[in-house]
Design a protein around this ligand. Structure first.
Ligand code: NAI
Length: 267
């Protein structure tokens, strides 16, 4: 308890899944958290749960693509919490389609939320982090940002972009004591999977996407990841324990990218 006491955080896409777990974890560990999302009902629910158990949190509607809204979000954090120490740029969507048939509109929507949104999160957080004497920026990438993923070309392009964005920001702002790292989850059981329409892969694959089922087959630790597994890594990157870590990739994937196939289990 108290690993981020006295710090103030913004979590984008904090209404659901990994962002929700990040917001709750940071609050449980003593941070004041500004939860932002486009889903106001879910977002307000997260804040209610945090405050009910004595945590400090507020909710603000934010579409991460909306540059005009960003100054107000930073101001809200500084007005209510007095400072900003942590930016978790987590909001994201996954559009699945074969590259051959993907529309330009879908490609651009994917880039706008997952990449433009992360750029804006960083750009607008930096002056406030500097005013606090430094801080931690955590960018939610994916194992799809480390290697290719069929059907997820646009998504993996954004996640690979996020990976290198973290490194450039880390170098640009190390002298400000602002650290920036990327987190690379494997297959995590969150609502994101249910938002991908069945048959999105056309002839490539028509089966419904079941992360639990897929995960057991390809994950050495033989279980689907939980949002909390990722929030634990995000928390670490926001604590003083990680204060010599910047520009790095924290992979939390049950071993998927370690190489090879899962070994048979002893009977
Ligand atoms: P989720 O769908 O449960 O949560 C995403 C949140 O982002 C939702 O609350 C949604 O309303 C919000 N959001 C969507 N568009 C937005 C916008 N324009 N502005 C602000 N908020 C917006 O999904 P999940 O799984 O929690 O995803 C969080 C992040 O983790 C994403 O960046 C995703 O790409 C990444 N990720 C997820 C993995 C998984 O297996 N679940 C694996 C690897 C990465």
């Amino acid at each position: 308890m108290g690993q981020v006491s006295g710090k103030a955080a913004i979590v984008t896409g904090g209404a659901s899944g990994i962002g929700e777990a990040c917001a709750e974890t940071l609050a449980r560990e003593g941070a004041a958290v500004l939860v932002t999302d486009v889903d106001d009902t879910l977002g307000k629910g997260v804040v209610e749960r945090i405050t009910k158990v004595g945590g400090k949190a507020r909710y603000l509607h934010l579409d991460v693509r909306d540059e005009a809204a960003w100054p107000g979000v930073i101001a809200e954090a500084e007005k209510n919490f007095g400072r900003l120490d942590i930016m978790v740029a987590n909001a994201g969507i996954g559009i699945m389609a074969p590259i051959e048939t993907m529309t330009l509109a879908d490609w651009q929507r994917q880039q706008a939320i997952n990449l433009d949104g992360v750029f804006l999160s960083i750009k607008h957080a930096i002056p406030a982090l500097r005013r606090s004497g430094g801080g931690s920026i955590v960018l939610m990438s994916s194992i799809a940002g480390l290697r290719g993923a069929p059907g997820l070309a646009a998504y993996s392009a954004t996640k690979g972009g996020v990976r290198l964005l973290a490194k450039s920001v880390a170098l640009e702002h190390a002298a400000d004591n602002i650290r920036c790292n990327s987190v690379h989850p494997g297959i995590i059981a969150t609502p994101i999977w249910g938002k991908i329409p069945t048959g999105a892969m056309g002839n490539m694959r028509n089966a419904p996407i079941d992360p639990v089922e897929r995960s057991a087959a390809i994950t050495p630790l033989v279980r689907v990841g939980e949002a909390q597994d990722i929030a634990n890594g995000v928390l670490f990157l926001c604590t003083e324990t990680a204060n010599y870590m910047t520009g790095q990739e924290l992979v939390i994937d049950g071993g998927i990218t370690a190489g090879g196939r899962p070994q048979p289990r002893p009977q």
